[in-house]
Write a protein that binds this ligand. Structure first.
Ligand code: ATP
Length: 496
């Protein structure tokens, strides 16, 4: 900036001197104007000034340690092991170990990849810079590559300014700039950006004054260019999965540690109830529960607040959409059908039954899973199909007709039936999906549905008394908890 001011000052002095000498300044001013306009347009085009890397203040990053991240024990273990190479650089030199340049965190959204990268910077005492893959890619060729160079330069500068020997560069959504090369027809901008990242990573060495570690995050590792994954670049890949029950419990503990919980709250129950939730979902549950407590002017967060927060996070805010009496009755029958089959095939699995409109649903049954399951047997899949079709079958049995409300259920059921066939679990035995004739596939799936439908009808008939009582309660209360549902179901069965 100072040089620019000196330059402008000198230019004005020269122009004044020439004017005093009687020289015509018009052509000179015209050429200077043209040059300035060109420089201005060019600086806009290459985005020199517009690219701001999201390097949030150092203090915030320093506060995040691995202890602030719940679950993810495997990921933390693998990451720490890799980071030892950065910390103990002298020892790795004596052993002749090639320093680690890149670590790739791979997993679904909201599982804590950014947190892990920040904790890695804290653990290694490094400066931390974060950018997202989409920030690099612009319409103009060369901008992305320039931004990559800028990012690496900025990392070195930030580390130097803060007296750090190393810097962690975190690139979120790395698949945007690291997708397979040659796929983006039209222009080569993506390819050039990726090439520049590879060049920068290849240029890194253990003898650099500031050592750099690149941590990339993605949930689409399958579309990354293989050059990025080859040894010497991102040669450590760490899987960051959805948390299991223990992990969910720990994340809930972390996010409720600054919140007043009532005595009736059991975080273990909430963890049990939230199968499939990511860390970000769980953080949102804790926050929404606190908001509900605030709305009700309650001094503490109760178990009920947490239950409602789980419903809200999974299904969205309650809607004002009010169906007419007949429709509401039908929704109650439909949902009770799902719930009854869910409880019958997997006792304790119903978390709540609702005839409240949330998101796209007019009513819903929320199910929980007692244990995290990683493999599915044919019986398990069939029981899930039974739960999916039970809503429509209940409508038919108790109201005489089916409705369009079951379209989504049938789609899910058909997908699961295909899983049975293509998993080699149907009467066809092991088959290749490409070679099964359409008609044979259709007949096999229909056979599976017929068998399941007759079983569902028999179960619903057996529980008819409980069924009608549950519907009455549901219509009166809009919401039945899993425990209330079981009392209604089992109480009636014992009385029968
Ligand atoms: P994305 O892929 O969408 O960028 P991400 O995997 O990088 O997501 P983060 O940004 O790290 O996820 O997490 C988002 C928020 O979710 C965090 O700020 C934190 O509140 C919460 N969170 C996620 N995972 C965890 C965890 N394991 N422990 C504690 N909090 C977590």
């Amino acid at each position: 900036m100072r040089y620019l001011e000196i330059g402008i000052g000198m230019a004005i002095a020269i122009l004044m001197f020439l004017a005093i000498q009687g020289i015509d300044l018009l052509p000179i001013l015209f050429i200077v104007g043209l040059a300035a306009a060109f420089l201005y347009v060019n600086s806009k085009r290459t985005g020199n000034k517009s690219f701001v890397i999201v390097s949030k203040g150092m203090a915030e990053e320093q506060l995040i340690s691995f202890d602030d991240i719940g679950g993810q024990d495997m990921a933390k273990g693998e990451l720490c092991e890799a980071l030892e190479f950065i910390k103990d650089v002298e020892r790795i030199k004596t052993l002749g170990i090639r320093p680690l340049k890149g670590i790739l965190l791979n997993g679904p959204p909201g599982t804590g990849k950014t947190l892990l990268a920040k904790a890695a910077a804290h653990f290694t005492g490094s400066a931390f810079l974060a950018a997202s893959g989409s920030e690099f890619v612009e319409m103009y060729v060369g901008v992305g590559a320039q931004r990559v160079r800028q990012l690496f330069k900025q990392a070195r500068d930030v580390a130097k300014r803060n007296d750090k020997a190393s810097a962690v560069i975190f690139i979120d959504e790395i698949e945007v700039l690291g997708g397979k090369r040659g796929q983006n027809a039209g222009h080569m901008e993506y390819d050039q950006t990726l090439n520049e990242l590879l060049v920068q990573m290849d240029g890194m060495s253990e003898n650099d004054a500031i050592r750099i570690l690149v941590i990339g995050a993605t949930n689409r590792i399958d579309i990354l260019d293989s050059a990025l994954l080859r040894p010497g670049r991102f040669d450590r890949q760490v899987k960051v999965d959805l948390p299991d029950k223990k992990g969910r419990m720990r994340i809930l503990q972390l996010h409720t540690r600054n919140k007043p919980l009532a005595d009736d709250v059991s975080l273990a129950d909430v963890a049990n109830d939230t199968f499939g939730f990511s860390g970000a979902h769980l953080e949102s549950v804790a926050n929404e529960a606190a908001i509900l407590a605030f709305r009700e002017s309650s001094g503490t967060i109760t178990a009920q607040h947490l239950r409602s927060a789980v419903e809200k996070v999974i299904m969205g805010e309650k809607l004002d959409r009010i169906p007419n009496t007949d429709e509401r009755n039908r929704i109650a029958v439909h949902e009770t059908g799902h719930a009854l089959l869910s409880e019958y095939t997997s006792p304790g699995s119903v978390a709540s039954v609702n005839v409240v409109a949330r998101g796209n649903a007019l009513g819903y049954v929320r199910q929980t899973q007692q244990d995290d399951i990683y493999l599915y047997t044919v019986d398990y899949i069939k029981s899930k199909i039974a739960v999916a079709v039970a809503g429509a079958i209940a409508e038919e049995m108790f109201l005489g007709t089916r409705s369009t409300g079951a379209a989504n259920d049938f789609k899910q059921a058909a997908d699961m039936a295909k899983e049975i066939v293509f998993g080699g679990m149907s009467e066809l035995g092991i088959v290749s999906p490409d070679d099964v004739p359409k008609e044979l596939l259709h007949n096999t799936i229909t056979g599976i549905f017929k068998q399941i439908e007759s079983q569902v009808k028999a179960i619903l008939t057996d529980h008819q008394t409980a069924f009608t009582q549950i519907i009455d309660t549901l219509l009166a209360k809009e919401f039945i908890s899993g425990d209330e549902f079981r009392v209604l179901l089992n109480g009636n069965e014992q009385a029968a």
